[in-house]
Design a protein. Sequence first.
Length: 322
Amino acid sequence: MKQILMAKGARTIVEVCAGTKPGEKAVIVTEPCMLSMAEAMAAAVIAAGAEPVITVLTPRSADGQEPPEPVAAAMKASNVFFNVVRTSITHTRATRDAAAAGSRGMMMTQFSEEMLMGGGINADFRAIAPQCEAVAKALEGSETIHLTTPHGTDLTFSARGRRGNALTCLIEPGMFTTVPTIEANVSPLEGTAEGTIVADASIPYIGIGLLKAPITFKVEKGMIVSITGGSQADILKRNWESKNDPLVYNVAEMGIGLNPECRFIGYMLEDEGVYGSVHIGTGTNITLGGVTKAACHYDLIMTGATIVADGRYVLKDGKVAL
């Protein structure tokens, strides 16, 4: 029954978001635990008149770890690729190189069967795209961006020279995007972030998910220097320490969720898309316009945010202010 219910969401991703055309070669990268969704995607690819190739990889040991070379080569040779995986390969050279070669990529990290049946996947992606692009443009190249929330976040950074990224869930050749999160983001210039981050909603990685209590991060010269909170903060702290990579503390991204159908459920691509939410990405930023490749990329999600870019309100109390 679930395969039937997943069909509509899979078709939306394949035909509307990825624009899959008859005769194209579609590579579906997946893991054993995600096969039901990979099969739903393959069925939608066939229905669109394209040819699916499912490649099942051994789960990566950490988010951001490169897939095997044969998988990376298949992605690069495709017309369109769908990463239906539990452990993220979004922030990898394989994804970046496949897009650079002209393929189109859909990131479906930590997808659940329920996410293919409802929630953010029901959004009118084409109607929301112009707002997403306008927000990304407002962030692009800003000399000073100031982020605050009523929960205690007070962070400033520069995005000088950095592009604004509009992840509309609609892609053209040479692009990749997540789904169903609709977001606009920018990568802070390394070393410029200063202040405090308070995640009050979700950290949808390494089993943390929805937050039981806020977690506070102190930032100096672009790096997180301290973490305080409850047991979930301790999980994150131990995980970062285990990476033995100081770059995991890099303030890598600021993203704004713009999908009115998304809701907080503890899954990354649903939580990050919640309209008006803001996430601070940490670690790797090479796919966002930065230059840092770290051992992982995690997002710290908050609500009720206000963002001012070069004196102009972009977001005010969790609502787009442009």
